[in-house]
Design a protein around this ligand. Structure first.
Ligand SMILES: [Fe+2]
Ligand SMILES: [Fe+2]
Length: 175
């Protein structure tokens, strides 16, 4: 990679907002899901990869992003919905793992794709719209760094030295 490309990549990473990172991941998971749907049968290899990424995405998203939104009146309701949709997705993923019947796995997987697709639409629409009212530009970039660090630690990788340490997040109280 030449110097100019390196600089450009560094600048994109430095300026990325949490929305940029989350949208990229949504796209990746949707792409893997589509591969399975197109094959019209349960593809455990692709599914394992997709569900692992999705599980980490949900956890990291809640920890660094949703916790910044749930205690603000402006964004509270949509965030509670988001938490709930995450739990529905986790429940279906657990059911898929618990089943040994590939027809059952594939049927449940199809429901998972619908739930995730609806959730991503809600998130990229309602949640981001509200988050943009609540968070400053600096916060949107800071949370992006925290998100990367959180994912690194979930995957047991060393975090980026240029990223700042995440602040302790308030405990979500979706009640
Ligand atoms: Fe998301
Ligand atoms: Fe989400």
């Amino acid at each position: 990679m030449d110097e100019e490309m390196k600089k450009e990549e560094e600048s994109i990473r430095k300026n990325a907002t949490i929305y940029d990172l989350l949208k990229l991941e949504h796209k990746d998971v949707k792409k893997l899901f589509k591969q399975i749907l197109d094959s019209e049968s349960f593809q455990s290899n692709i599914y394992n990869q997709a569900s692992k990424s999705l599980a980490i995405h949900l956890d990291a998203e809640e920890k660094v992003f949703y916790t910044q939104l749930i205690n603000n009146r402006e964004s509270r309701s949509e965030t509670i919905e988001g938490f709930e949709e995450h739990d529905v997705a986790r429940k279906i993923m657990k059911d898929i793992d618990d089943s040994t019947d590939n027809d059952v796995k594939f049927a449940k997987f199809k429901v998972l794709t619908e739930v995730v697709s609806q959730h991503v639409d809600d998130e990229e629409g309602d949640i981001y719209r509200k988050a943009k009212k609540v968070l400053s530009k600096e916060q949107e970039q800071e949370i992006a760094k925290q998100f990367m660090n959180e994912k690194m630690s979930m995957m047991n990788l060393p975090s980026s030295p240029s990223a700042t340490n995440p602040q302790p997040s308030p405990t979500p109280t979706p009640m």
